[in-house]
Design a protein around this ligand. Structure first.
Ligand code: AMP
Length: 569
């Protein structure tokens, strides 16, 4: 399949267009008239964004004109097709793991998996996140993946995330001697699971000691209680003692292999915006390998990492040509936001060039046609003839005060670099978000940090935070520093330390609004002064006297960039 990529893609496109030929979108909007060839598709079907499709996903759907396949939104996704695709991709990743970690299929997995509620579109179709569609599907019931997971299906299907987490953690603890891979789809969920254990070990140990769910209010859902009872079975004071001994130490380093001694690797996505969880996962796992094996979305699964145990910073995903019809919009001058009239620039899967960055545009079996996913990818090479890609960033710029643009990757790198200053003080950044504050002229960046302190008496005082502000500014782009230092159009960056648990509260709030815990991503930028409870003003630190260093501006390309920039302005 990866050798004759173009033939597979031609076939996939014909199949998708054939299946969806009668859809209102392809017949009336595009005038495709049953054509399934590439040339007609390219000539008639426009490249679209989520906003372009909104009329089809809301107002138009209640009418009888809805056909089996019409375009679907980014989230929630059309639920008709993802389940089999998910299952296929999951099976392949399982096989890859078995190839790289012999014996892994013999033990238990402990994957924390969650669903969220589904809704009906005005046209009566069920809509929800892809994971929810998958776990609720008949395919999952018949062939649950991962096989042999310590989490009972009833716990996974419980829409109350806290009950679900409690039950999954309890069962995972009971199976501790057999657990091999430990994981969750995205790293943020795995970190949250371990933090849940830190916060709830006393109740969990009490239930294990009693051999039944005695801790009040933890699990009330009857189906989940029944499933947990099937795992708890009888009092286990020895296991309860062990958990108390490990968790009461207050030392969380290497917690995962201490509790689950056969853990071979963590299975979770740690690329893209999830990369910032790597240090925390390394801390909890004592440096176990992390398999970041799939690149996908609610719209479909697209790429697989054929070397799942490689260093996650080098993880490349092979685009699987049978998963969808893929086109690539070249990123021009570092800007992925090219306009829709550029659809002539779209490059087919077989024609992408190594080293270049593209925005991914997909046509899926579920009925999205030339849909801009918003992900920018860099082609790193080829597996046979299929391109391998690294995730670069989500397209949109995160922060901008003047004409500088700071994206998620730059911000994350700056937080990572600055966070290392905290290590000497026994602390690390657990979570962060940011805000471009333009209340005053000049505006400035506010970075909200939730800190983890590893040592008792760890001190992160004002001086340390001032140093962090400076370090962070030095890590930002040359254009940022030029605006900040030479033109003064950006005021000093400010770091605000928020109370412990603030980001969990944000997640709880998102869940209460219908977000699935399994697909939740911490917003890396907030536009309004956030519902973030930060410490009193004395704890907010400005960089006021010192300025970031401009000396590093002097490379050829940056100077050219600055000159072009200044001309534009
Ligand atoms: P969702 O549709 O909510 O599940 O989110 C899908 C998005 O998550 C993708 O469009 C990417 O932005 C991101 N994503 C998924 N897989 C990966 C990965 N392996 N590395 C980095 N980002 C990813």
């Amino acid at each position: 399949m990866t050798t004759d990529v173009d033939a597979v893609q031609k076939h996939v496109l014909a199949e998708i267009l054939g299946r969806n030929a009668k859809s209102e979108y392809l017949t009336e909007k595009c005038g495709l008239a049953d054509a399934t060839d590439r040339a007609t598709f390219r000539a008639k079907v426009p490249m679209v964004t989520y906003e372009d499709l909104q009329p089809y996903t809301s107002a138009a759907l209640p009418t009888a004109t809805v056909r089996p396949s019409s375009p679907g939104p980014r989230t929630p996704c059309r639920s008709s097709s993802p389940a089999p695709a998910c299952r296929a991709a999951n099976r392949i990743t399982l096989l890859m793991h078995a190839m790289h970690v012999p014996g892994i299929d013999k033990g238990k997995s402990m994957y924390f998996l969650f669903v969220s509620s589904q809704t009906k579109t005005p046209g009566g179709l069920t809509a929800g996140t892809v994971m929810t569609s998958y776990y609720k599907s008949r395919q999952y019931k018949k062939h649950a993946y991962p096989e042999n997971n310590s989490s009972p299906t009833a716990a996974i299907l419980c829409e109350d995330a806290s009950q679900s987490m409690y039950a999954q953690m309890l069962c995972g603890l009971c199976e501790r001697a057999d657990v091999m891979p430990v994981g969750a789809v995205f790293a943020v969920v795995l970190v949250r699971a371990i933090r849940f254990l830190q916060d709830n070990w006393e109740q969990l140990a009490a239930d294990i000691e009693a051999g039944e769910l005695i801790s009040p209010g933890t699990v009330t859902d009857l189906a989940v209680r029944e499933a947990v009872a099937g795992v708890l079975r009888r009092p286990n004071p020895e296991l309860a003692r062990f958990i108390r001994a490990e968790c009461s130490r207050g030392d969380w380093a290497g917690l995962i292999p201490r509790i689950w001694p056969k853990t071979k690797y963590l299975g979770t996505i740690v690329t893209g915006s999830m990369a910032q969880y790597m240090p925390t996962l390394d801390y909890y796992s004592g440096g176990l390998p992390i398999a970041s094996d799939i690149f996908g979305a609610s719209e479909g699964d697209f790429g697989l990492n054929f070397s799942p145990l490689c260093d996650p910073s080098e993880a490349s995903y092979t685009i699987m040509p049978n998963m969808a019809y893929f086109e690539f919009l070249p990123v021009v001058d570092g800007d992925g936001d090219g306009d829709a009239s550029r659809h002539d620039d779209l490059v087919e899967l077989a024609k992408v060039e190594a080293g270049r960055e593209y925005e991914l545009v997909v046509t899926t079996y579920a009925g999205l046609n030339r849909y801009r996913l918003g992900d920018v990818l860099r082609v790193t090479g080829f597996h046979n003839a299929a391109p391998t890609v690294q995730f670069v960033r989500r397209k949109n710029t995160l922060l901008s005060i003047d004409v500088e643009k700071t994206d998620e990757t730059e911000l994350q790198a700056a937080v990572g670099r600055t966070s290392s200053l905290l290590r000497a003080h026994g602390a690390a950044v657990m979570e962060y978000t940011s805000q471009a504050c333009t209340k005053n002229i000049a505006g400035h960046y506010i970075i909200y940090w939730e800190l983890r302190t590893d040592k008792q008496g760890a001190a992160v005082n004002g001086d340390v935070l001032d140093g962090c502000c400076l370090e962070m500014e030095e890590a930002l782009s040359t254009v940022y520093r030029q605006k900040r230092v030479e033109e003064g159009s950006i005021a000093p960056l400010e770091i605000r330390v928020v109370r412990s648990g603030t980001f969990d509260a944000l997640l709880d709030y998102a869940i209460s609004r219908g977000t699935s815990i399994a697909q939740y991503k911490v917003p890396r930028c907030v536009t309004k002064s956030p519902a973030i409870d930060h410490r009193p003003p004395g704890f907010a630190h400005h960089l006021d006297s010192r300025q970031p260093n401009l000396a590093t501006l002097g490379t050829g390309s940056t100077i050219q960039q600055l000159e072009r920039w200044t001309a534009d302005v």
